[in-house]
Design a binder for this molecule. Structure first.
Ligand SMILES: [Zn+2]
Length: 63
């Protein structure tokens, strides 16, 4: 287990997320407000965003 603190974008509650268990694009439920959140891993940093931002948040990088 490797826990990291993330902040719920809906209720701003901070909670622990196991970064071994969760990967980029996984969904997680906020333990406080039960909002469906999307796990984003970028440059080794883990954060959660509202699941509704799933498509808006993805940037397409062309080589
Ligand atoms: Zn919440």
């Amino acid at each position: 287990m490797r826990m990291t603190k993330v902040k719920c974008p809906e209720c701003e509650e901070r909670f622990d997320l196991d970064v071994i268990e969760y990967d980029d694009n996984d969904t997680v439920e906020c333990p406080e407000c039960y909002a469906a959140l999307l796990v984003r891993v970028q440059e080794g940093k883990v954060r959660v965003v509202p699941e509704t931002e799933k498509y808006e948040d993805i940037t397409i990088e062309e080589e």
